[in-house]
Structure formats: structure tokens, C-alpha cells
Ligand binder design. Structure first.
Ligand SMILES: Cc1cc2nc3c(=O)[nH]c(=O)nc-3n(C[C@H](O)[C@H](O)[C@H](O)COP(=O)(O)OP(=O)(O)OC[C@H]3O[C@@H](n4cnc5c(N)ncnc54)[C@H](O)[C@@H]3O)c2cc1C
Length: 434
């Protein structure tokens, strides 16, 4: 590839395409290199996108055939023991009206293609089935392009945006960010389960086009630090579960065993009953939080999205962090083009933009959250059992005096956790999110 580009973007995920849209719209000569056969072919996620972040790249996306599955009107949080479920549900009329598409579900294969088409329509060049294998550097070590697995594979660019996701062989090879440690990523599996649209509407109590998300915690992850989810699409539901990669290695649990168990749980099985398995996917997600975010720029390059470990595990937000970081990287590239300087001196303003944005502010705020989960394993073992046994005591009506029931409820928790441990858990939980 003899041609020289202003910007080369590695990866056609939400981060890379967000940057491509903004750059192409401003007349920048930009190329996106994607290893998949088409954008989204290698990608999977739970399924929830956030409208406000997408709107900043594609205003009026909903009117532009964005492949929205369901507008999320209800969010559930469930805490599961082996036999029970404690749930908190929030439904709000605002999500049907003025906050419509605040959050909505999509399938990545359709969404990533549509998003890439928006970048193409603005003038970006997208080249698929192309793996970026290395970075090109000049004599001073500055990044001046990329190497690809094509025969004529070297491509020169004034700046390179690395938006190649969490599982980046390129990072390991070039060292643009430290190699990911198993303790800092989760392995998640997801099954797409087909159900008729009206069955989903009825089971989740929604009308056509509206949907529900359900985040699931407890001992469904068999004591490992992890989480599960169930999200509604138009004619399918996404059921997924994941846990820390080092936990999987230590416990020797197979991810597919975990999802099979989850499907049998009494709170889950009625929701997926009669469903047809359509797809089974697995992917990593960055979970190390703020401490694992690398330096976001260097001479001739920037890093965005999962590649920069930008994931807010507490709020299940990644796609919006990817889009926002892609947008801010593009704004920095435009500034660098104005100065005709792509050294880290100019590109460091990306770091400042990120510090001032919700992306790093949120990750910084929750910087203690990953270690909170890591150190409080009772969240995935004894606490759900204790909480369930306590509530069962309180709700059982058999002419036992309430005072006795309340004492038994208290003992149900205390038998599994000392009061000191419980107080420590509450204190650490508060500290991790304050
Ligand atoms: C199970 C699971 C559930 C999730 N649920 C949610 C959710 O509900 N909501 C949410 O907001 N986020 C969720 N996330 C996180 C979200 O998916 C990511 O944060 C987001 O996709 C990151 O976007 P990205 O563009 O940085 O990376 P990616 O989406 O990973 O895209 C990277 C792209 O780069 C390509 N690529 C990689 N290496 C190369 C190379 N060397 N050469 C060329 N191309 C390359 C890949 O093929 C891919 O297309 C979830 C993640 C997982 C795994």
C-alpha cells in the first residue's frame, strides 16, 4: 500500500469507528483496518448501547436506520443463591418518552456494520480481513504507520489510533501498553436464545420495541468474582455469564458449565423456556479499572476503547467509553493536524481531554471497586445464601412470633458471616463507590 494516509485506525469497533466518523466528516484522509471479514464479525458484547454517546457521533441515529433491538425501559438487579432470587427493579415512564434510547440493545454484527457504513458515507476507507501485525517506526522510534498481513502490507500514516480491543496481540508485540494480566480481565460467554417477539413482550411485561436488562450477581459464578446478565432483544434474549480469568484458571471451572447451570436456575429458566439456541460466543473484557489504564498516547499514536482498558464494571459501561475515547482521540488528531505535529507533546492533549471527560473521572472514582470484589468473595458465596435464608425466615408465616423469626433471620446471616466481616463489607463497599 503505497498511499499515505493522515490517520490509520486499527479496529472497526465502537472506538475506531467513532474516531473515523469524526475525522472523515472533517475531510481527513482516514483508513480503518479490521481483521474481521466485516465489522462486528469478531465482536460480541452483552448488548446495551448508550444513546447519548452515540448521538455525539451520529445525531438522530434512531432516524438513520440504526439497528436498535429494544429501547430499555426497565433495569433489574438480581442477587441469586442456588434456589432463590432477591431482585430490585426500576421502571420509569421517562425511558419510554424523553429518555427514550438512553440505553438500547443491539447485536454487534448488525450494529458494527451499520456504524461502519456511517463512517464510509462520510468518506472513511474501511479495509476488512486485514490484520495489523506491527507498528512502523522511523529512526527516532516514532510511529509512522502500520504493518499488515497483506502482501503489500506496510501502510504509512501521520498518526495511528489503536482501537483494537482488549485482546490485543499488537499490544504484546509492540509494548504500547503492558500485557494484560489474567487478574485484570474477565472471560465471558453469551448465548443468544431465540424466542418469539410476543413471548418476550409477555414474559418481561413490555410492549413491542421496549425491553429489560437484568444484571445478575450471587453464587451463579460458583464463588468466582463475576457477574451474569439477561437482556432482551427483539426476537431473542442474550444470556451471559463471566468471571475473572485467573479465577477460571484456579477453580478449573468451564465457562459453558456455568452458563448451563444458570439456564436451570428457577429465576432464569421460566424466562428462556422453549427458546432456541442461536449463537454461542465468548470474549474477554477489561476489568482492572483505573489502575490498568496505560499511557494513552506516544509519538505518532493514541489508544482508545478496550485497548486502553476503559471499562466501567460497576455500571456495565464499555461501548460508551469506547465511543467517547474515539471521539476525543479524533479531536486531538484534528488539533495535531492543525499544528502539523504528531509528537507526544501535541498528542498529550488527548490525555487531558480524557481526564476532563466522564471516562477517566468515572474510572478514577471507582478505582477501588475491582479490589473490593477481589477481596470480598463472600459476595459470591455466603452472602447470597445468608440473605436468602434471612428473607425466607421473615416471609415464612406459620404462627411463630415475629420476634423469633427476626432473630432467626439475623442468625441466618451471622451463621455464615461474622458481624465484623459484615461491617467490613459494608464499609469497603461504600468506600469503593463513594
Ligand atoms: C460479555 C461482554 C458483555 C459486555 N456488555 C456490554 C454492554 O452491555 N454494554 C457496554 O457498553 N459494553 C459492554 N461490554 C464492553 C464492550 O463490548 C466494549 O467495551 C466495547 O466493545 C469496546 O469497543 P472497542 O472498539 O474498544 O473494542 P472492540 O469492540 O473489541 O473492537 C476492536 C476491533 O478491533 C479489531 N482488531 C483487533 N485486533 C486487530 C488487528 N491487529 N488488526 C485489525 N483489527 C483488529 C477487532 O476485530 C474488533 O473489531 C461487554 C463486553 C463483553 C465481553
Amino acid at each position: 500500500m503505497e498511499e499515505k494516509f493522515d490517520a490509520a485506525i486499527v479496529g472497526a469497533g465502537p472506538a475506531g469507528i467513532s474516531a473515523a466518523c469524526i475525522l472523515a466528516e472533517r475531510g481527513v484522509k482516514v483508513i480503518v483496518l479490521e481483521r474481521g471479514e466485516y465489522p462486528g464479525s469478531k465482536n460480541m458484547f452483552g448488548g446495551v448501547l448508550y444513546g447519548r454517546s452515540l448521538e455525539r457521533i451520529i445525531p438522530d441515529f434512531a432516524q438513520k436506520n440504526c439497528p436498535i433491538e429494544r429501547n430499555i425501559v426497565e433495569s433489574r438487579l438480581s442477587y441469586l443463591s442456588e434456589e432463590s432470587s432477591i431482585s430490585l427493579t426500576y421502571r420509569d415512564q421517562a425511558f419510554f418518552e424523553k429518555l427514550q434510547n438512553n440505553a438500547f440493545t443491539v447485536g454487534r454484527a448488525k450494529f458494527d456494520r451499520w456504524f461502519a457504513d456511517q463512517a464510509r458515507a462520510r468518506g472513511a476507507l474501511l479495509v476488512c480481513s486485514t490484520v495489523v501485525t506491527d507498528l512502523l517506526r522511523d529512526g527516532a522510534g516514532r510511529v509512522v504507520g502500520v504493518k499488515t498481513d497483506r502482501a503489500d502490507g506496510d501502510l504509512r500514516a501521520r498518526v495511528v489510533l489503536l482501537a483494537d480491543g482488549v485482546n490485543s496481540p499488537l499490544a504484546a508485540k509492540t509494548g504500547f501498553r503492558p500485557e494484560v494480566k489474567p487478574g485484570n480481565v474477565a472471560l465471558a460467554v453469551k448465548e443468544l436464545i431465540g424466542l418469539p417477539e410476543e413471548v418476550i413482550d409477555e414474559r418481561f411485561g413490555v410492549s413491542a420495541g421496549n425491553g429489560v436488562t437484568n444484571e445478575i450477581l450471587g453464587n451463579v459464578t460458583l464463588g468466582m468474582n463475576g457477574v451474569a446478565f439477561l437482556y432482551t432483544n427483539r426476537r431473542s434474549v442474550s444470556l451471559g455469564i463471566g468471571a475473572n480469568l485467573s479465577d477460571f484458571a484456579r477453580e478449573r471451572v468451564r465457562p459453558y458449565e456455568m452458563i448451563e447451570r444458570l439456564k436451570l436456575h428457577p429465576a432464569i429458566s421460566p424466562l428462556i423456556k422453549g427458546g432456541k439456541p442461536l449463537e454461542y460466543l465468548a470474549h474477554w473484557l477489561p476489568e482492572g479499572g483505573f489502575a490498568t489504564v496505560p499511557r494513552l498516547f506516544g509519538d505518532g499514536f493514541l489508544i482508545a476503547g478496550d485497548s486502553a482498558m476503559l471499562f466501567n464494571a460497576l455500571h456495565r459501561e464499555g461501548s460508551n467509553l469506547a465511543m467517547a475515547s474515539g471521539r476525543l482521540a479524533a479531536e486531538t488528531i484534528l488539533e495535531a493536524m492543525g499544528k502539523n505535529d504528531f509528537s507526544s507533546r501535541t498528542l498529550q492533549s488527548y490525555g487531558q481531554r480524557m481526564e476532563e471527560s466522564f471516562v477517566l473521572k468515572d474510572l478514577k472514582k471507582y478505582r477501588r471497586f475491582p479490589s473490593f470484589l477481589e477481596t470480598h468473595r463472600e459476595l459470591f458465596t455466603n452472602l447470597p445464601r445468608g440473605a436468602s435464608a434471612a428473607i425466607r425466615e421473615i416471609l415464612t408465616v406459620d404462627e411463630t412470633p415475629k420476634k423469633t423469626r427476626r432473630r432467626a433471620a439475623f442468625e441466618a446471616i451471622r451463621g455464615r458471616m461474622t458481624s465484623l466481616r459484615l461491617l467490613r463489607l459494608i464499609w469497603d463497599a461504600w468506600r469503593s463507590v463513594r
